[in-house]
Write a protein of this length. Structure first.
Length: 487
């Protein structure tokens, strides 16, 4: 079938065994979250398509799994170049699917997708292989030698399931290291955001990897394409990003075949603001960390703990800046908007004071048909309130005062999640003291979402299993094999 043409939008298609197809079950509408209009139709992969994708990935393992580091690294670079060459198409597609501000897609999502492939091309060369010289007691009492060395081999066919919030960034965050490590891939993006994944398949097709090395299927999760894929006996590993509840469901299925998993899940991320912080930096940083992409980033702050002496001033300024935000994107869907609004209502029932937002904005244009909600700042809830404990994944944060360092840490850690945290202080000793005590996989001090692709990324508690990023991803996507040679 035909491929997307610049300026004409993307026709979402599965990519299986080197062919684009819209075959399978009954498709479903693709909705523009900015105005609620139907923008196209997404094909739904049935079991036949999923089986074909897994079979194709198996068929490509011998060729791709044995390709040299040079061949794989060059392929990663061709993919990066291919995205770069179609940069504007990728930006258009990401904006159309998510409604996110164009500067976010053009400034973060698409450049980071390119960066993901370039980073793994480079990392492949820097990968050390370990060797150990081992003393061996000889048969006749002398001492001989053995050489132990460790090689890494790919896991096989990897299923990659990604969410809708950073569709291309989070898909490539897993596809790049999985392919770099010599695996073949069957990927399923979120049903809400099929377009940049389809463009990625076109770019990978053009990069000339062996047929079947990368496959893409579209469709829903539970009881559908996502579950068919993650429960598939032919899948050797699962890398998943999404809700913690979905992680549990996938893990139950994975248990059947003892399939290894890497999970990046939900969060309820705290910010701790000490009175000695640079006030302006802390407020501006918290506005970014709470409201970027309308709070639909797993790293976004939803709980803010502020030292009592600056609490009132901080809340007033945060509220004023939240009210001043005007150019923000929508929630991804009507269902997600309704979930976020249900938390706004719940918070009020739980006794919150609404400092800013709390409702649906009125723009007086086509956006009124879309799924926007106001950036919202709350105070006055107990730490145990559901709105303080449960992930909302929208533009909402609740601010609570604290009196001591220990209390701030205890409040931050009082959560089933442990993904990311921010600490705002000018006291270096305090920063070093507090950061390691916060139960999170990532702690930013005086900054937020400052990323280095070599660093470990992931969460503890209900926020995930394992770490991705740099060598950590290459470790997950490959298996160490120790070889011992008596010499
Ligand atoms: P989701 O869990 O609903 O869906 C994610 C993906 O899983 C989609 O592709 C979906 O089709 C698929 N899926 C759903 N049920 C499935 C099942 N039973 N079997 C197999 N696949 C299934 O998540 P979402 O709503 O797309 O994304 C938002 C969530 O993702 C939030 O909780 C957010 O915190 C989390 N998230 C975490 C990270 C991280 O790095 N930790 C990053 C982004 C998003
Ligand atoms: O920046 C990244 O590498 C990354 N994995 C970001 C995740 C954001 C979650 O929404």
């Amino acid at each position: 079938m035909g491929r997307s043409v610049a300026g004409e939008g993307v026709l979402p298609a599965h990519y299986v065994a080197g062919e684009f197809t819209r075959a399978g079950g009954e498709g479903f509408p693709l909705v523009n979250p900015v105005d609620g209009a139907v923008a196209g139709e997404v094909p739904e992969a049935d079991r036949v398509i999923v089986d074909a994708a897994v079979a194709a990935a198996h068929g490509a393992l011998a060729a791709w799994g044995s390709a040299s580091v040079e061949v794989r690294a060059e392929a990663m670079r061709r993919i990066a170049d291919g995205i770069q060459a179609r940069f504007d198409e990728f930006v258009d597609a990401e904006v159309a699917d998510t409604g996110k501000p164009r500067e976010l897609a053009a400034g973060v999502d698409i450049p980071r997708a390119i960066g993901n492939f370039r980073a793994y091309a480079d990392l492949l060369y820097g990968r050390p292989e370990r060797a150990h010289s081992t003393a061996v007691p000889g048969w006749s009492g002398g001492v001989g030698q053995a050489l132990n060395y460790t090689v890494r081999r790919p896991l096989g066919v990897v299923a990659i399931i990604s969410p809708w919030n950073l569709p291309l960034l989070l898909l490539t965050w897993k596809v790049a290291p999985a392919l770099a490590a010599g695996n073949t891939v069957v990927a399923k993006p979120s049903e809400e955001t099929p377009s940049t994944a389809t463009l990625l398949a076109e770019v990978i097709h053009d990069a000339g990897l062996p047929v079947g090395t990368f496959n893409l299927i579209h469709g829903h999760g539970a009881g559908a394409a996502g579950e068919f894929l993650t429960a598939h006996a032919g899948v050797d590993a699962i890398a998943f990003t999404g809700e913690s509840a979905t992680g549990s469901a996938i893990m139950r299925k994975a248990a059947e075949h003892i399939t290894p998993v890497s999970f990046e899940l939900g969060g309820k991320n705290p910010a701790i603001v000490f009175a000695d912080a640079d006030f302006e930096e802390a407020v501006a940083g918290t506005v970014r960390s709470a409201f970027t992409h309308s709070g639909q980033i797993c790293l976004c702050t939803e709980r803010v703990y502020v030292e009592r002496s600056i609490f009132a001033a901080f809340v007033a300024e945060l509220g004023a800046r939240a009210r001043a935000l005007t150019d923000y994107g929508p929630m991804i869907s009507a269902a997600h908007r309704d979930k976020v609004l249900s938390y706004y209502r719940l918070a009020v029932e739980e006794g919150a004071t609404v400092v800013a937002g709390g409702g649906v904005p009125s723009f007086g244009d086509e956006r009124d048909g879309g799924f926007h909600v106001e950036p919202t700042v709350l105070t006055g809830l107990a730490q145990s309130a559901r709105t303080v404990q449960e992930e909302v994944f929208g533009p909402i944060c609740h601010v609570l005062p604290f009196d001591t360092e220990d209390e701030a840490i205890a409040l931050a850690n009082d959560s089933r999640y442990g993904l990311a945290a921010t600490v705002w202080t000018r006291d270096l000793s305090r920063a070093h003291r507090v950061a390691p005590r916060v139960e999170a996989g990532i702690v930013w001090v005086n900054c937020w979402n400052l990323r280095d692709l070599r660093t470990p990324f992931g969460g503890i508690k209900a926020s995930g299993i394992g770490r991705e990023g740099g060598e950590y991803s290459l470790d997950f996507f490959s298996e160490p094999v120790n070889i011992c040679i008596k010499i």
